[in-house]
Design a protein around this ligand. Structure first.
Ligand code: CA
Ligand code: CA
Length: 371
């Protein structure tokens, strides 16, 4: 800064006289600008109307256990203000002309030896300026990202040499493949993204259940943490968290409706779900089965005192009607944004354990098969 101030004391003619040249104005950074759009289908329970926007460093790696993504520190940070459901809001960031050395990762691919890669992402920050598991994640664009190639690389793919490029991807038959590579134009870059990491409610906002066979009078329906069935309570201890979500009474027509489903309580969302650790995927979750039960003590709740359940008549976790789980996913890291192009979504999902994510729409059938 002192050096720059010193230069400013010279007139332009002084500079020409002394140096014999007229410098082009120096470009210190690329200007990256874009829009963050909050789709109407997203739930809007957020802590603020101002989100942090960052160009987030990431790298791909692989082990015997499969591919994984490592999220680094943002290369550039900014803000997007006045967020609202259904609205698009602008942001802009200054991106260094060349990434720092520590962001380059050795790749073993044939088309590129080394590279630095970044995605645009937004989140409500807890004050440390970094995306982390205490933040509320808003959106991340992982079907396109910025790359700066280095070392040996294909000039067919990257014709301008070491420079910023945009790469876009598409998923075909469950596999991601490169679609296009664009040279970043001069000193300006547009990179939009959606609030695709906020919860999506879909058909789960109002969820109906059909209980088969005929249920007794005043039977109730609730969602029950499927990880707890037949395991945690062997020793008779109650779990440290409330294992149910939502309650409804079954009517004479055998139907019950829970509305709205709402967000599960914090302690229900965990990183050990279905026997898997979801930390590396950047997500926490809870998987519920729906149960119809006899509310024997008439308190309107599925009582689980000291491991003894009230009698269950029917569940959604059966084989005859097609097993169904209601799974709620929440982001704890941008790793999870890389699942979105494959059809993954945050918030409520209807999952068939054997067939993956299902369309919402029809009531979920509970039957007594397998009980
Ligand atoms: Ca943070
Ligand atoms: Ca009860």
């Amino acid at each position: 800064m002192i050096l720059l101030l010193g230069c400013n004391l010279l007139t332009e003619q002084d500079r020409i006289d002394r140096l014999g040249v007229v410098d082009e104005p120096e470009i210190a950074a690329l200007e990256l600008s874009g829009q963050l759009t909050v789709p109407q289908s997203r739930v809007w329970e957020v802590p603020d109307s101002v989100a942090t926007v960052g160009l987030v460093h990431f790298s791909f790696g692989g082990t015997e256990d499969g591919e994984f993504v490592t999220i680094g520190e943002p290369l550039a940070l900014g803000e997007v203000e006045d967020l609202a459901l259904g609205a698009s809001r602008p942001y802009r960031l200054d991106v260094p002309l060349v990434p720092p050395d520590e962001d380059f990762v050795d790749w073993d691919g044939s088309e590129i030896e080394r590279g630095a890669t970044y995605m645009i992402g937004s989140w409500f920050d807890d004050g440390d300026g970094l995306p982390g598991d205490e933040d509320v994640f808003v959106g991340g664009a992982t079907d396109q990202y910025l790359i700066y190639p280095a070392g040996e690389f294909s000039t067919d793919l990257f014709p301008d040499g070491e420079a910023w490029y945009f790469v876009t991807f598409e998923v075909v038959d469950g596999r991601s493949r490169l679609r296009d590579v664009y040279t970043v134009e001069d000193d300006f870059l547009v990179y939009d993204h959606d609030a695709n990491m906020l919860p999506h409610m879909g058909g789960a906002q109002v969820q109906s259940f059909i209980v088969e066979p005929d249920s007794p009078d005043d039977a109730r329906v609730t969602l029950f943490d499927s990880d707890l069935i037949g395991s945690v309570w062997v020793d008779g201890d109650d779990p440290p968290w409330k294992p149910t979500h939502g309650e409804a009474t079954v009517g004479a027509d055998g139907r019950a409706t829970i509305a709205p489903l709402g967000r599960p309580e914090d302690e229900q969302l965990r990183t050990d779900v279905g026997g898997e650790d979801t930390t590396a995927s950047g997500v926490r979750a809870v998987a519920y089965m729906a149960v119809a039960y006899d509310d024997a003590n008439g308190n309107g709740l599925f009582d689980t005192d000291r491991g003894a359940l009230e009698t269950v008549y029917a569940t959604s976790y059966t084989t005859d009607a097609g097993a169904r789980l209601l799974v709620y996913y929440e982001a704890i890291g941008f790793e999870s944004a890389f699942l979105v192009p494959y059809g993954f979504d945050f918030g409520w999902n209807l999952v068939a354990p054997d067939d993956g994510v299902q369309e919402w729409g029809n009531p979920i059938v509970l039957d007594d098969q397998g009980l």
